[in-house]
Design a binder for this molecule. Sequence first.
Ligand SMILES: *Cc1c(COP(=O)(O)O)cnc(C)c1O
Length: 389
Amino acid sequence: MPLNRATSAEINLDAFRYNLRIIKSLVGLNTETMAIIKADAYGHGAVQCARAAIEEGTKYLGVGIIQEGIELRESGITSPILILGGVYPDELTELIYYNLSTSLSTLALAKAISKEAEQSKKNISVHIKIDTGMGRLGVQCEDFSDLLEHVIGYENITIEGFFTHLANADDVDPKISQEQIVKFSNILKVIKTKKFSKLHNSNKPILIHSANSAGLLRYPESRFNLVRPGISLYGSFPSPVLKPVLDMIKNNNYPALRPVMSWKTKIIQVQTLRKGVPLSYGGSYITKKNKSRIAILPVGYADGLNRRLSNKMEFLVKGMRVKQIGTICMDMCLIDVTELPSVEMGEEVVILGSQGKDNIPIEELADKAETIPYEIFCGISKRVPRVYV
Ligand SMILES: *Cc1c(COP(=O)(O)O)cnc(C)c1O
């Protein structure tokens, strides 16, 4: 992995901490936070973000796959970590060894867990996941009671929590989310009938959770006693529907959320070309002026600059917007700096973030690439070193 490179992503951990504090103050003291740092903290660096979250008093961490949990343990993080996406039976040895908790939604996995726990004479912690309408992982509501009975029967399985996931929390129409929350609340009533509270380690509350960023921002009733913010910690929001909510929680002169990542590069060459010259693969752009000044940037789709952004996006140079032109290549792309005659090799160029008075937000890049901020963040590849400030 390159340590030093002109193309890099600057990660502002103060902004990350700020966002976390906003979320915590919004949900109040009776609701815990599980910082979601899957996919290398949405490309921001899982270990660094985990440490910052822990320093801010966050007790719980959530990741997508067991390998991400192992990475955190190997770096010395001891907080409870939930594997949101669940595990395979052949990963249970590692789950125990690294003291991780898994999401559980099938009897087959419950059996495998109990067997593995028995062999190693250890307990395994789980959060039972209920599918209330996401149509993805989780036990169906009608099968929940049966699964719960079995899991309670396995003394070496510790139930740490129950959770579900909202499918439409960022929709304008609240109907589906509200229905999911009602279904989940009904499931919680089943839990109470099981005299289940006797069966768990009573000095820790059972964690009940359903809210991702959109859920916790829009539906206080989805927060229960734990929320699972991801994208909001990185200063973005799931969809424009959230914008008014965020404007409402603005703090004096501060925005509700601060962007954490800025992505920068430096010009590697400037060409002066006559009018009519086709640029880059396929010549999708032809210079429009004599003495066109075209700057070459060492950033391309191998770095996560989506090729669909070709001829659509803008960059910041000297605080001014300039157009990206021609097809984005694997390692390079081009910008038109004809209007900026003083720009030479080595000049800083901002892909994402602010420079001078202007700013390119992640939402702008996502819109132009016809995707969501999540995918842009996750797509910024390992080749782009993360620099922490
Ligand atoms: C990714 C994820 C989250 C976080 O979602 P955001 O929209 O990024 O806040 C929460 N819960 C689960 C189960 C997830 O997979």
